[in-house]
Design a protein around this ligand. Structure first.
Ligand code: AMP
Length: 397
């Protein structure tokens, strides 16, 4: 069985064609600048990279080009579209409209339309991606795979905000979380790596990238996560503020003459480690600036690590113990000094890092970076959200 995984953004689109028998990626790539002049496709297959520069006015043009490449004589990996058994689409937010992976049909697309606003940057793009595939591959089975599904298991006391309960019922305002496919994947991989049954493990998974979230996973089930109603909550991120007193937003809006909409754009795009450091949203730049003596870069990094440490502590308490901590995504997999700072001073809780193993360069495989005497296993696990989407799609079929 071959599954095409599509991750559509507003002006970009990533794809992977996965052979489900071997779980091997047969081809992958992405389109950039959709709807903007200067469109580009980068396609990787047979160990080669193929680039096509062509204007891509719509997502349908982008999907058409992807399929063209997949069946291309030279760069292709399949002889016809018929070899694609199904398409799995990544969707960022489900609200309460969907609780699990769902087959695309008219009703599902009506619901998708109703929840567009929950992730205004991402959900409309997913709709464009689905519609483009439906136009180019009519009749092909497709699944919607939600970043939020893994978090649906959170108990009410963890997922609800302390607002008027009737407003929760009416408007469905609560914690939904994000990066669910990543948290699910790395928790499963951790259990496999440790040779343990996932159902008996208490794990804190740290997906630390440009967007970051931390989850408490008990017996393979998410019981809490740091992101909230939207991906703005939780630890500070590249450009997002993370948790903040909402009254401060009202105050800032008034002082800076911003509307609420502008205030939210500010919190999403101009804050986080970028806002604090004034240097960059990229952790590689921040570490370099800190090493060169930049105090605000140091402060931004300290704030990030401290916030992650607090979530880790809170989730240890929520889980009632801890067997493993998993680091994943760009920062989690690569930025060893951040892992070191998050875990510093936690020896009393049985968490001890092997400094040498932690400092080793990421080679894309799973690493146990815990010290011999550490009671809690500390693992670095490369995430693979596309594989989870493909697995979910295959399972639904
Ligand atoms: P992500 O959103 O998962 O792609 O993560 C992006 C973040 O990871 C950025 O802040 C990068 O600076 C950070 N990062 C650190 N080292 C690397 C690396 N070797 N490759 C990619 N991202 C990295």
């Amino acid at each position: 069985m071959k599954i095409l995984v599509i991750n559509a953004g507003s002006s970009s689109l990533k794809y992977q064609l996965i052979n489900m028998e071997t779980e091997e990626v047969i081809a992958k790539g992405g389109c950039e600048r959709i709807g903007i002049e200067g469109g580009k496709l980068t396609h990787k297959a047979h160990g080669e990279t193929y680039v096509v520069e062509r204007d891509l006015p719509t997502h349908t043009d982008a999907i058409s080009l992807v399929l063209e490449k997949l069946v291309d004589k030279e760069a292709g990996v399949i002889s016809s579209m018929d070899e694609i058994d199904a398409v799995g689409h990544r969707v960022v937010a489900s609200g309460e409209a969907f609780t699990e992976t769902t087959l695309v049909d008219e009703r599902a697309m009506e619901l998708m339309d109703e929840i567009k606003d929950l992730a205004p940057l991402h959900n409309p793009a997913a709709i464009l991606g689905v519609n483009a595939c439906r136009a180019v591959m009519p009749g092909k089975k497709m699944a919607l795979v939600f970043d939020t599904s893994f978090h649906q298991t959170m108990p009410d006391y963890a997922k609800l905000y302390a607002i008027d309960y009737d407003d929760y019922l009416k408007y469905k305002v609560r914690r939904y979380g994000a990066h669910g496919t990543s948290h699910k994947y790395v928790a499963g991989e951790a259990a496999k790596y440790l040779g343990r049954d996932l159902s008996e493990l208490k794990i804190v998974t740290c997906h630390l990238g440009n967007g970051s979230s931390i989850s408490a996973v008990k017996g393979g089930v998410c019981i809490d996560t740091s992101m909230g109603f939207t991906p703005l909550a939780g630890v500070p991120m590249g450009t997002r503020s993370g948790d903040i007193d909402v009254a401060a937003i009202d105050y800032l809006c008034e002082k800076k003459g911003m509307t609420m909409e502008q205030g939210l754009a500010y919190l999403n795009k101009k804050c986080g480690v970028l806002g604090v450091s004034g240097v960059s949203s990229d952790f590689r730049d921040l570490v370099a600036a800190k090493d060169a003596g930049n105090d605000r870069a140091r402060l931004a990094l300290d704030m990030f690590s401290y916030s992650c440490k607090k979530y880790l502590g809170a989730y240890m308490a929520a889980l009632g113990g801890l067997d493993a901590i998993v680091f994943t995504a760009g920062i989690g997999e690569n930025t060893s000094v951040v892992r070191r700072d998050i875990l510093a001073g936690l020896e009393a809780f049985g968490i001890a890092l092997d400094e040498e193993k932690n400092a080793a360069k990421n080679d894309g495989s799973i690493h146990d970076i815990s010290a011999k005497h550490s009671r809690v296993k500390i693992l670095v696990i490369p995430t693979n959200e596309e594989l989870v989407i493909a697995r979910e799609t295959a399972a639904l079929l």
